[in-house]
Design a protein around this ligand. Structure first.
Ligand code: ADP
Ligand code: MG
Length: 339
């Protein structure tokens, strides 16, 4: 056997990139989540060639201190958690400190960031994990991240990329979901210059539903809101006559994070019971809020999967509240009942 050695940071980042950066949409997800965590109220996502030539995410959030900029690209470097106990009350979308170094290891990346409106910014360029420039720049408050030539130095991964349309489909799906989850943020998605999504950031979720699915769909949605001692639920569910061929139009947001949850999906579908034809599914946008301690988001590097500590209770709340909205449909008083 050869002797055991610790991998150098660049190699470790490249290996981590294999998990964190599966495809262009993973980069979009990580950069947009960072912008949300930075408190941005405006986020612009610009894509070229399905994200393989350019992914650019700019925000008007807190920005990164000039001196901290190189550290942001170091492995396991984060401003979001500091201690082990923080791990059990995560209030931000990120916390692993892995995204930026991983993305920078497999692309040519430029980051421009400023923490105030003085115009003074810093610019950092990293190519394949190596810093090639770190200098003063001029930019408004916020952060502007550009990722060019994704996977240029990992040809095996590049080979697995699908068509521009497929990659763009994944990106667009993710941006739509995060916009549905954050109606208070004005989010724009452009591909090769044309606008695919624009939300206004007014806080009106129905407006975002209209931007994503169209106005006639938005008109067929019913509001739902409920809470118990541990969970808070709000959002929109489709009237039974509006159905979809799969579960893909169910969006679940948990503490601001877009996640996939079989348990939540099942509860939603159960609530419709016999109102849905066989193999038809509702369109739902539901936001769940809870104390971070009731949620484990540290299940997978992509953070798409979570575990709820009181799952049965949550399921029952969802089923009860959705069912009561749907039951209400049958009891709307007609003109005759008004005396
Ligand atoms: P994480 O999000 O898990 O902390 P990242 O690698 O995604 O790790 O980012 C590292 C750090 O860089 C973050 O903790 C944050 O301090 C900073 N950062 C990244 N993107 C932004 C942004 N858009 N605005 C402000 N700070 C950012
Ligand atoms: Mg992050």
């Amino acid at each position: 056997m050869a002797r055991i050695k610790v991998l150098d940071e660049q190699l470790a980042n490249q290996i981590a990139a294999g998990e964190v950066v599966e495809r262009p949409s993973s980069v979009v997800k990580e950069l947009v989540e960072n912008a949300v965590d930075a408190g941005a109220t405006v986020i612009d996502v610009m894509i070229e060639e399905g994200g393989l030539s350019l992914i650019r995410v700019s925000d008007n959030g807190s920005g990164i201190e000039g001196d901290d900029l190189p550290a942001a690209f170091q492995r396991h470097a984060t401003s979001k958690i500091y201690t082990g106990s923080d791990l059990f009350r995560i209030a931000s979308l990120g916390f692993r400190g892995e995204a930026l170094p991983s993305i920078a290891a497999v692309s040519r990346m430029t980051c421009i960031s400023a923490t105030d409106g003085s115009g003074l910014a810093r610019r950092l360029v990293i190519e394949g994990g190596t810093t090639t420039a770190f200098e003063a720049a001029n930019a408004p408050q916020g952060t502007d991240m550009s990722v060019r030539d994704l996977f240029y130095n990992t040809p095996a991964r590049l080979k697995y990329m699908k068509s521009i349309q497929t990659e763009l489909g994944h990106i667009s799906d993710y941006v739509n979901r995060i916009a549905l989850g954050h109606p208070g943020i004005a989010i724009t998605l452009k591909h090769n210059g044309s606008v695919l999504l624009r939300t206004l950031g007014t806080g009106d979720r129905l407006q975002v539903i209209a931007a994503v699915y169209g106005t006639s769909t938005a008109k067929a949605m019913l509001p739902v809101a409920a809470s118990d001692a541990d969970y808070e639920l709000s959002g929109y569910i489709s009237k039974p006559e509006l159905t979809r061929a799969n579960r893909g139009s169910i969006t679940v947001i948990v503490n601001g994070r877009y996640i996939r949850s079989h348990a939540v999906n099942q509860s939603l579908i159960h609530a419709y019971h016999t109102l849905l034809p066989i193999n038809r599914f509702p369109l739902v946008v539901v936001e769940l809020g809870m104390h971070p301690g009731l949620l484990d988001v540290n299940v997978h590097p992509s953070k798409m999967e979570v575990r709820f500590s009181k799952e049965a209770e949550l399921r029952s709340l969802i089923e009860r509240s959705v069912k009561s909205v749907l039951d209400g449909l049958r009891h709307i008083p007609g003109p005759d009942s008004i005396s």
